[in-house]
Write a protein that binds this ligand. Structure first.
Ligand code: SF4
Length: 363
């Protein structure tokens, strides 16, 4: 515990906040990509420790939140297919698509199961060879390796009643899309430490160079976050735009080679539609042709999705950092974690859920 305590030390956090105040000479806007970092920033009041000139925007780094309604509707269609057992993470079962949520499908009689890992779904497939078990795979580079391992294990064990509905997404193309938007306001990024633990930080260098933005790999504890913010601000003040690793206790050059090898073997980059951001080229991971038999889309061809209905939810703007949750008229009234209207209130990593949990009184 001593190691983690050092990164939660209030005195160290106050010193870093003082260093930030001393260093900042003008307004800057920084985005933290990761929903886990958003929650930590709000939980520890770090945004309130920063000088007025520093604006933090919350990015699209919650995998449940960015999963588009069309894919959720495909999952619901699969769940309604006779003989299919549809598995996913708990939050994913509650997010609404155009055709309701997976929990709603379960209430109507579909075989929908909550699991903690794709390996749980694979175990279910092995235990029930009479069923077709589909894992609805969501998540960034952090969770995609486990999906890849599940496919490789299914192949090795000859399990042929297991498949993935892949909604996996990749962070760097999303950062590039945000920066390329004509109304982009982000001047520096905090990159998610756990993603870089898997992938390393090399793929951020072309983005930092092309858009002339500093990208600082940052951890999740208060001191980690303040160190990342300070490093980003120092670069901005000095006119530098470099990739900097401030989470070196976890992120090593090159990342995790074994995890990357599993990803490269099982998946190929594919266009993916992000909630609120539209389709981004090469921002998703689909099954490689050699593993097409484990691809639920190829196997079952789920019914074409319906168009998403217009609704009051502003989560698309929130995921792009354009709005704060508290400006949504439904925040904390019609929309709460118990009765969520949108993905960013459902997910444990969603920005609306973070503001509800930590800032409700100020809303
Ligand atoms: S508070 Fe609810 S309705 Fe409003 S943007 Fe957030 S999730 Fe959507």
């Amino acid at each position: 515990m001593k190691y983690l305590d050092e990164y939660r030390d209030p005195a160290a956090a106050r010193r870093l906040a003082g260093a930030i105040r001393a260093r900042v000479t003008r307004p800057w806007t920084i985005m933290e990509i990761c929903g886990g970092q958003t929650h930590s920033l709000l939980r520890h009041g770090i945004d309130q420790m920063l000088p007025e000139q520093v604006t933090l925007l919350h990015g699209p780094g919650c995998p449940v939140c960015v999963t588009d309604a069309e894919i959720i509707d495909q999952a619901i269609a699969l769940a309604a297919t006779p003989g299919v057992t549809l598995c996913s993470f708990g939050d994913m079962l509650r997010v609404p698509g155009a055709a309701g949520s997976l929990l709603g499908a379960k209430a109507r009689g579909a075989d929908v199961r909550m699991v903690y890992s794709p390996l749980d779904a694979l175990a279910l497939a092995r235990a029930h060879p009479e069923r077709e078990v589909v894992f609805f795979a969501v998540g960034f580079e952090t969770t995609a390796p486990a999906s890849a391992i599940a496919v490789l294990q299914a192949e090795a064990a000859g399990v042929d009643n297991f498949s993935l509905l892949s909604a996996h997404v990749l962070v760097p193309p999303a950062i590039a899309a945000l920066l390329a938007a004509p109304d982009n306001a982000v001047q520096g990024f905090l990159a998610a430490g756990h993603v870089c633990t898997v992938m390393g930080d090399d793929e951020y260098r072309p983005i930092a160079s092309r858009f002339q933005v500093p990208i600082v790999v940052t951890g999740f504890e208060p001191v980690d976050l303040l160190q990342g913010i300070l490093a980003c601000l120092v670069q901005l003040e000095e006119g530098r735009a470099e990739v900097e690793n401030r989470y070196a206790r976890s992120v090593h050059p090159g990342g995790n080679a074994a995890a990357q090898a599993a990803l490269r073997r099982v998946f190929v980059p594919a266009p993916r539609t992000w909630r609120g951001m539209g389709e981004i080229a090469a921002s998703g991971l689909d099954l490689a042709p050699a593993y097409a038999r484990f691809d639920a889309r190829t196997r079952f061809r789920p019914a074409a999705p319906k168009a998403a209905p217009a609704g009051p939810c502003l989560s698309g703007d929130i995921l792009r950092g354009r709005l704060r949750p508290t400006v949504c008229p439904a925040f904390g009234t019609a929309c709460t974690p118990e009765h969520p209207l949108g993905a960013t209130m459902v997910s444990a990593e969603g920005a609306c859920a973070a503001y509800y949990r930590y800032r409700r009184a100020a809303a």
